[in-house]
Ligand binder design. Structure first.
Ligand code: GTP
Ligand code: MG
Length: 303
């Protein structure tokens, strides 16, 4: 399936919730009159873009199309452009760090999709020809170690793990040593889910970061917060303490396929100003896309 098609399918719930009623109204009223603009605002709010962004989009639409009648396709194109503009800074295409092995650390609250995302990113990068190693630094539960081992097998990527209850820092230490000795390009570190409010667990992330600093001479090249899109804008409040713990460099927004709140990507970017590296659009290992503002806007607005 083409990349674009997969993203379009993943965003179907958000798109159809907004687009179908909007199209009906615009067609019935022959353009974006005040009633259609009001409906647009309500639909944007239901997609969880938040009041500020909804107002901004409505204003852009009004300035460009208000008063005079406008064709549905023109409305669609204008909406797509408005969303792409709001998201343009959120895009940072990922490239492998020049010093090897590069290290990517994935953090987030329980169940946000970290382990799945680690496997998906490993799969993607392996397919780009990079040699990838996984580190099972979620030692909290035996099932978590098994989950990563299983995914590693599926994508044919080696996994370094210790027994349940082991020190996550020790796993990361071993993984980095192993990666260096075997000439791996990248180490992707899976961590245990944690509430940002639980101090000792957040300090554990700081410790993982320091282990990498000591061995690699620099912090993990990416510190990625994995956010669950079904939580919508509430994800914003999770980010601050993770940022304090590891200094976030990027986001991955997962489960966009399972929600009509896909619009929350816009306020999440506006509030955090941390680039979105990848988006998750399904449970499968192929269901991950590098985030591109233009493609994302297009998938939200074009059927
Ligand atoms: N629909 C959908 N489901 C997803 C996506 N990403 C992850 N999931 C599902 O979300 C659930 C939790 O995923 P995990 O990767 O185990 O989450 P986690 O953050 O590692 O969980 P903990 O380690 O327990 O904190 C699983 O059932 C995944 O299949 C996605 O993009 N779309
Ligand atoms: Mg996990």
């Amino acid at each position: 399936m083409a990349l674009w098609e997969r993203l379009r399918r993943g965003l179907a719930r958000t798109r159809e919730n907004v687009l179908a009623p909007l199209e009906a109204t615009v067609r019935a009223r022959g353009g974006l009159d005040s009633e259609a603009l009001e409906e647009l605002e309500a639909l944007l709010l239901s997609a969880d873009v938040g009041l500020e962004v909804a107002d901004e989009i409505v204003q852009i639409m009004q300035e460009r199309l208000g008063e005079e009648g406008a064709d549905w396709t023109v409305v669609q194109t204008t909406l797509e452009e408005a969303i792409a503009t709001l998201l343009s800074g959120a895009e940072r295409p990922w490239t492998p760090p020049s010093t090897r092995p590069g290290v990517l650390l994935f953090v987030g609250v329980n169940g946000s999709g970290k382990t799945t995302t680690v496997a998906k990113v490993a799969h993607l990068l392996k397919n780009q020809g990079l040699r990838v190693l996984l580190a099972a630094a979620d030692t909290f539960r035996a099932a978590a170690i098994d989950q990563l081992a299983h995914l590693g097998k599926e994508i044919e990527v080696e996994v370094v793990s210790h027994r349940p209850g082991a020190d996550p820092g020790a796993v990361v230490h071993d993984a980095l040593e192993h990666a260096k000795s075997k000439g791996y390009d990248l180490v992707l570190i899976d961590t245990a889910g944690r509430l940002q409010t639980k101090r000792p667990l957040m300090e554990e992330l700081g410790k993982i970061r320091r282990v990498v600093e000591k061995l690699a001479g620099r912090p993990p090249d990416e510190r990625v917060l994995v956010l669950d899109a079904t939580v919508g804008q509430n994800a914003i409040s999770q980010a601050q303490l993770f940022h304090e713990a590891v200094g976030l460099t990027g986001l991955t927004v997962t489960k966009l396929d399972g929600t009509a709140k896909g619009g929350s990507v816009i306020p999440i970017w506006r509030a955090l100003r941390i680039p979105i590296l990848w988006v998750g659009i399904g449970k499968g290992l192929e269901d991950l896309e590098p985030f591109r503002a233009q493609d994302f806007a297009r998938a939200l607005v074009r059927r």
